[in-house]
Design a protein around this ligand. Structure first.
Ligand code: GLU
Length: 506
């Protein structure tokens, strides 16, 4: 018993998404903060699927929830797929539990059956709207005698179960981040707890499960603040000690609008598809509404776990700044071990159609690995890599021959430069080590001197000939990776293109 008491003081927190959409950064922000809090304090992070609103379930969203959490490494200790002592962790599998507690609330007079029709409720709402009053149930059924409620329900009349909110007084709670929050009871609606089809609403299921699953801290987004007094009342009516509550700071866009999917909050899996690293996304989300003591901006996962405390969660709005994410992502890409980066790039080259699907042929993986030094310092997202280096994989370079010509140069001058470059290249053919970036650079700088042209002009021509573009990774490293054969072939193709005026090489 004693050990259990000590155990139970460790935080048990949950992420409780509804599978009604694909998780976006705002949702996963909540998951991350709960996870960090649990990991820091050696507690338990639980995943519970709140699927009581069956009409709103979006197909694929459950898998997207799992996938988003897994991609970011936010493994849950209890929940779907991993199980645990407090299951089932799908609310749809717990319906009898909620009905039992609803009955208990009715029996103790803290809830009542409401038989009002949809039409009556719609009229009521319209009248309230016309009077500019907030829409609320007018408690028409609240004072039916228990016997009458019982009889009408037994006779098969459809009904919902509503919370009997006290008509006077106040309901308060202490918010971990915001301090005391008080609501006047007269402003709280008699919330539906059980719908006419017998399914619970979010409020009842959420409270019952947080209690039964021994959640110590409910940490969630600010949009739930107005639900919390209803939850506090439910805990009181059921005779349970409520958990601690904390509502995270509001998340805003750069224009200081509330961050939402509609206002550009990306889905987590979109960030993956766009080439963001999970390390960067975790770091970025952690800094939205939290900061370490030394205010550092770059933190590894372990460092975040070590430093994360609720005391350092702010109460002022947190801004979603996509530029900061880009910066962190570029930074994290530069820190990666080159072999690791090569592996992570594979799906992006596959997606771009530059290398075949799984398993990737070893020579293609080797090529990607050789490209890493050319791009690691330059890319902000993994997606940038294929676009920057596709010419290594394609032979059908398409470019306008005019691009070959340096500013103010004629076709003849350019053709002459290309054939001299070709002759210079031949000097490097031999054992593979001869075709190295450094030696090539020395050789071509010398050629520019001999030709009495600026090195940049000669290099520019070669860059277009070899890559089909004017901006590309460093020229001589590019040559080295392309190898003598391809390099020579592309110079020949450029000569042909310029001589004939064709537009496609290959
Ligand atoms: N199911 C709610 C959601 O979708 C959970 C809110 C809460 O954490 O209480 O976000």
């Amino acid at each position: 018993m004693k050990t259990e008491m000590v155990e139970s003081r460790r935080p048990r927190v949950r992420y409780a998404p509804s599978p009604t959409g694909f998780p976006h950064v705002g949702n996963i922000h909540t998951a991350l903060f709960n996870w960090l809090y649990a990991r820091h304090a050696d507690g338990t992070f639980l995943l519970r699927i709140e699927d009581t609103d069956q009409d709103r379930i979006v197909s694929g969203s459950l898998e997207a929830i799992y996938e988003s959490l897994r991609w970011l490494g936010l493994q849950w200790d209890e929940g779907p797929e991993v199980g645990g002592p407090f299951g089932p962790y799908f609310q749809s599998e717990r319906l009898p539990i909620y009905r039992g507690y609803a009955d208990q609330l009715i029996a103790s007079g803290h809830a009542y059956r409401c038989f009002c029709s949809q039409e009556r409720l719609a009229e009521l709402r319209a009248a309230q709207e016309a009077r500019k009053e907030p829409p609320r149930y007018d408690r028409f059924c609240r004072y039916l005698s228990p016997a009458e409620q019982e009889k009408r329900a037994r006779d098969g009349e459809p009904s919902v179960v509503r919370l009997a909110v006290p008509e006077t007084g106040e309901t308060s709670f202490h918010d971990i981040f915001r301090g005391e929050i008080t609501f006047k009871n007269e402003l709280i609606d008699d919330q539906v707890l059980i719908k006419s089809d017998g399914w619970p609403t979010y409020h009842l299921a959420n409270v019952v499960d947080d209690h039964l699953m021994e959640i110590t801290d409910v940490l969630r987004g600010d949009e739930w603040i107005s639900s919390t007094p209803k939850h506090i009342l439910l805990y009181a009516f059921l005779g349970w000690e409520p958990p601690r509550f904390g509502h995270f700071p509001i998340l805003l866009t750069m224009n200081r609008a509330k961050l939402s999917k509609r206002r550009g909050a990306p889905d987590i899996l979109d960030l993956r598809a766009k080439g963001y690293l999970p390390e960067a996304v975790v770091n970025f989300l952690a800094l939205m509404g939290w900061a370490p003591e030394d205010k550092s901006e770059v933190l590894s996962r372990d460092e975040l776990i070590r430093q994360f405390t609720l005391e350092r969660v702010g109460s002022t709005p947190a801004i979603y700044n996509p530029e900061k994410l880009d910066w962190l992502n570029g930074y994290d890409i530069r820190q990666l071990d080159p072999d690791d980066l090569a592996q992570r790039l594979v799906p992006f080259y596959q997606e771009a159609g530059l290398v075949p699907g799984q398993p990737i042929p070893p020579e293609k993986l080797a090529l990607i690995r050789r490209l890493v030094p050319l791009i690691q310092e330059r890319i902000k997202t993994l997606c940038d890599a294929p676009a920057l280096t596709d010419f290594f994989f394609r032979d059908d370079l398409v470019y306008d021959p005019a691009q070959l010509m340096a500013k103010g140069w004629t076709r003849e001058q350019t053709l002459d430069a290309l054939s001299r470059a070709r002759a210079r290249l031949l000097q490097f053919i031999g054992p593979p080590e001869r075709f190295g970036a450094e030696a090539l650079e020395v050789g071509f700088r010398a050629l520019a001197d001999e030709m009495q042209v600026k090195a940049g002009q000669l290099f520019g021509i070669l860059r277009v000939a070899l890559t089909g573009r004017t901006v590309a990774p460093p020229l001589f490293q590019t040559m080295e990776v392309l190898g003598p054969e391809k390099t020579l072939r592309r110079v020949d193709q450029a000569i042909k293109l310029l001589a004939t005026g064709a537009t496609t090489v290959g």
